[in-house]
Design a protein around this ligand. Structure first.
Ligand SMILES: C[S@@+](CC[C@H](N)C(=O)[O-])C[C@H]1O[C@@H](n2cnc3c(N)ncnc32)[C@H](O)[C@@H]1O
Length: 193
């Protein structure tokens, strides 16, 4: 990530309204009766303005939220203060980050793809902990952004990355999540005990 990339994201978070509600995929899993996910330590990867971190904090998780954009983080912090939610906001370049081992009960990665980070995410989840990962699929480049394949998942790719986890839920296709329809893949997986 270059200084230019960071400025681009700062501008984007400063200009655009973007989605305010948490990811629908995340909400459906956390609020569902199908899986009892006890609140614990959660990490929101590339949190942006913190919509998903705020949602998790509102459900009782102790959340750390990381992003490179100080503008995004500041908006999240403001919203958290207004909502009386406590979140640890960290300005971090995820391309330089080394996550610790078995630190989190839940790691959430929404609308961000950095393939080199996936092994670290898997190692940073505690045994029995969960990962919720949902982002754009390769088909998305036909209807909108992103277009760069570096930021787009291949069909079944998440299943391959999380082959050694227990896959509790997986889906691929065109879904309305955020501001409009997009091609997405999402996985909910548990680190085996
Ligand atoms: C599409 S936004 C998604 C934000 C959030 N996850 C959500 O679903 O609302 C992508 C985010 O990735 C962040 N980002 C991009 N490259 C990054 C990097 N190298 N380190 C940390 N954050 C980065 C951007 O600042 C931006 O907030």
């Amino acid at each position: 990530m270059t200084t230019n990339d960071q400025s681009k994201w700062d501008r984007q978070h400063g200009d655009a309204d973007g989605a305010k509600a948490a990811s629908r995929f995340l909400q459906e899993i956390i609020d569902s009766d199908h899986w009892a996910i006890a609140p614990g330590r959660a990490l929101d990867i590339a949190c942006g303005k913190g919509r998903n971190a705020l949602f998790l904090a509102s459900r009782g998780f102790q959340v750390t939220a990381m992003d490179i954009s100080s503008v995004g983080l500041e908006q999240g912090r403001k919203q958290a203060d207004e909502s009386l939610l406590s979140i640890a906001w960290q300005q971090t370049d995820l391309e330089q980050l080394r996550l610790g081992s078995a630190e989190y009960d839940l790691i959430v990665n929404i609308n961000y793809l950095q393939r080199s980070l996936i092994p670290q995410i898997k190692a940073a989840v505690k045994t029995g902990g969960h990962v919720i990962f949902d982002t754009y699929l390769i088909d998305q480049q036909v209807i909108g952004h992103p277009k760069n394949p570096d930021y787009l998942l291949l069909h079944n790719e998440l299943l391959d990355h999380f082959r050694d986890f227990r896959v509790l839920f997986y889906r691929e296709g065109k879904f309305v999540d955020g501001t409009g329809p997009s091609f997405r893949a999402g996985i909910f997986a548990q680190r085996r005990r």
